[in-house]
Ligand binder design. Structure first.
Ligand code: K1U
Ligand code: ZN
Length: 156
């Protein structure tokens, strides 16, 4: 089956606040599968539902070592639904980011080094955990997408 098209910066959906997921059904699981396929094909480490023209508060994050973050952990993709950022470290770190909605460009972005987060999985079960480093960076990037914020608004 074809890959979902990826919204480019400037498209309205990328500037909107995402809608909370209410129904943890097969349709949601199917959307998550399609998003994963898109992310893999684009060699991304994350993707948010608005980037595939869905208004839902849902993203996928997956870390793997890469030339910019050679010590990034190898992490199986995680589906994050209805995320909240509960606490953030005062420590900020600058790092390079890309965005599938701003193809071919890199930006230097400051992010919190550590964050405390809460989110639901595909079964609707709440998870709470602390994230640090590159994974915390990915979470903050995807969380921004759900608030209608892209890295263009954060670029130094
Ligand atoms: O647009 C997206 O959400 C995907 C984006 C996620 C992201 C990349 C880097 C830091 C935080 C979040 C990408 O995966 S773009 C792919 C890419 O350019 C890249 C991949 C690994 C490290 C750095 C950039
Ligand atoms: Zn992005």
């Amino acid at each position: 089956p074809p890959l979902l098209p990826i919204a480019l910066v400037g498209e309205a959906i990328l500037g909107q606040t995402a809608i909370a997921v209410q129904h943890f059904n097969a349709e949601l699981a199917h959307l998550a599968e399609q998003m994963s396929a898109c992310m893999e094909a684009a060699k991304g480490v994350g993707i948010a539902a608005p980037q595939v023209h869905s208004p839902l508060a849902l993203f996928i994050m997956a870390s793997r070592p890469n030339e910019r973050y050679p010590d990034a952990p190898n992490m199986a993709p995680v589906v994050v639904v209805n995320p909240q950022i509960i606490n953030v470290s005062s420590e900020l770190v600058s790092g390079e980011e890309g965005c599938l909605s701003v193809p071919g460009q890199r930006f230097t972005i400051q992010r919190h080094q550590a964050i405390e987060v809460r989110y639901q999985n595909l079964q609707g079960e709440w998870q709470q955990t602390e994230l640090t480093g590159f994974i915390a960076r990915i979470f903050q990037h995807e969380f921004d997408h759900l608030q209608g914020i892209t890295l263009l608004e954060r670029s130094l």
